[in-house]
Design a protein around this ligand. Structure first.
Ligand SMILES: CC(C)(COP(=O)(O)OP(=O)(O)OC[C@H]1O[C@@H](n2cnc3c(N)ncnc32)[C@H](O)[C@@H]1OP(=O)(O)O)[C@@H](O)C(=O)NCCC(=O)NCCS
Length: 172
């Protein structure tokens, strides 16, 4: 797994325990960012999410990764891959950014790099994604990335639209 991953404006790297305060301030404690993701977390809730990602990286070789803005050196969100269910096989693309960082193309830029990693280094054949019906911004991003919609499913505690993206033949 080739971390860190560099894009034009962003870096994705592995989470560290020390990321807690920054992650909470920029994302998990941000009411607007978490509105469609179950609401803002308290600090123990953010710690639990951070530890889940660190464990997933250790045992699965991929995870959600903090996204750092290269120009400022600040964390602006997270993006990466997570098993949809503990018993597999689907792996979901995910991304979330602090509201101060929306509208700059960061979700599209980070997700494009994650997809390249999934179909390249990680040799995955298919990715899935889920988003709530009213998350129009995220649905738009997934459409731009080439994901196809497959109707609603109950996933991660809510009714969500289920999307898939197949590995393109050129990288197979
Ligand atoms: C959804 C989210 C990831 C988008 O991040 P972003 O960095 O602003 O996304 P981008 O700038 O790459 O692209 C957003 C696109 O959606 C469009 N968009 C944004 N809000 C929209 C809305 N309410 N309705 C329709 N389109 C919308 C933008 O115009 C842009 O389209 P364009 O590139 O064609 O102009 C961000 O708002 C976020 O982190 N939200 C909270 C967490 C979340 O919901 N994560 C997704 C969970 S499934």
């Amino acid at each position: 797994m080739a971390l860190p991953i560099f894009t034009d404006r962003l870096v994705l790297r592995a989470y560290e325990e020390d990321d807690l305060q920054q992650l909470h301030a920029v994302l998990y404690g941000d009411e607007a960012a978490m509105r469609l993701l179950g609401g803002p977390r308290d600090l123990p809730g953010t710690r639990a999410a951070l530890e889940r990602s660190i464990r997933q990286q250790e045992f699965g070789g991929y995870s959600f990764w903090p996204v750092i803005e290269r120009e400022s050196g600040l964390m602006c969100g997270e993006a990466g891959l997570f098993p949809l269910a503990a018993d597999g096989p689907d792996v979901a693309l995910g991304y979330a950014f602090g509201s101060a960082y929306w509208g700059r193309g960061y979700a599209t830029e980070a997700a494009t790099a994650v997809i390249a990693e999934a179909f390249g280094e990680l040799a995955m054949d298919r990715l899935v994604a889920i988003t709530r019906e009213d998350n129009l911004g995220s649905r738009h991003v997934l459409g731009k990335l080439g994901f196809r919609e497959h109707g609603l499913r109950h996933v991660w505690g809510a009714e969500q639209i289920f999307f898939t993206l197949q590995r393109p033949a050129a990288t197979a």
